[in-house]
Design a protein. Sequence first.
Length: 430
Amino acid sequence: MSEGHPQPDKSMKQDQTAERASSRTAPDPSKASAERLPSDIRIAGAVWPALLASVVGLLPFTVFSTFLVQIADATGESDAAVGALRGLGGVGAVLVGVAVAPLIGRIAPGRIAAAALVLLAVASVLGTVPLLPALAAFCLVIGVSNAALYPALSTAAADRFGDAPAAGRAATLVMSTQTLAATLAAPLIAFPALWWGWQGDLIAIAVVASLLTPVLYRYRSENHIGEQQRFSYLEAFRVLAAVPGARPLILVAFGRAGAFMGYLAYLAPFYADSFGLTPEMFAFVWTLSGGAFFLGHLVAGRLVNVPAASDRRAHLAMRTSLLTALLALVGVYLAPELWVALVATAVLSASHAVVAAAVVTLLVRRCGAARGTALSLNASGMSLGLFLGTAAGGAGLVVAGYLGAALVFALLTLFALGAALKSRPQSLMA
């Protein structure tokens, strides 16, 4: 008998699991590079249900934020008490995003997205009840719904094109559409609310979500990888862990979201205190930031997904943009004039958009059958980063003013940059 036998057997088994995971998830680079990238219009035409659903998913919280004062008045509670309920959505998003992640590889993502839209419709109706418990449930369920909805939509869009270069582009278009909707949604919901109020907006959202549900339920693709390679619940996590560079990319998403979303949370008071901007004037700054993010994500998503683009290009774009974002952050908080701050704000948003597009592209490109799990964990990482970044930024603001908040966001950006440096192009992983 030899007591040394069990350990080599276990090591060999782990190696075989990692080898199987790599073979089951890695796309064929030669096949992908041989295909042309369709135009964005053709890709959007193929994935339009996912793009439309990405817009609908944003609307409930947009209504909640836009009409917060009126909603608080209807409940008889303070603005702060009602506004604080928004955090329940983040808690739900983080927990459910991790729990649902392996299921996106086992169940057709269109069906998961359809189920998420049903939850969104129910929550929207619940949100019309002007009672604090009802609004708390509304925020929690919307957060849960979005945690399942957006990774499923990105996966469904990518699966329409299998391992082709258009797969990564389709996934980034979902986020680009979401960004554009976030920039334009407020005026779009405010106009009809003149006739039917904020409760009418929520009812309309519930109706649209219900109509879109059967479309997404039937939204299937011959290229759905998960139909050919299904993992058990826990195996999905193991397979993803074996994908080279997946974990550093998710850490990049966490750090980037913490830095950027935390920064956005305190941008309005910064411009008001530093440059005397009124809320009406700050609306221009918000549009500038959102527009720069949309354009940056739209252009970068195309450039890093052309067939000739290698992993090296996506990594270079990710690292360079994180460094640029760090410099732009300094420019915003130390700007001597308003125009300097505005330029830095636009550059900062565009840089973060490039990083987001590169991360999604690399995850879709590398993870193959595990892409649904990867995109779900990526979204959960961003949700966690959002709330930790906002909380840490607020603490920095209390302790050392805006420079203290800037230091927190700079450290989160450096964390993301460090993770990006650990993620290497596949050509260097031999």
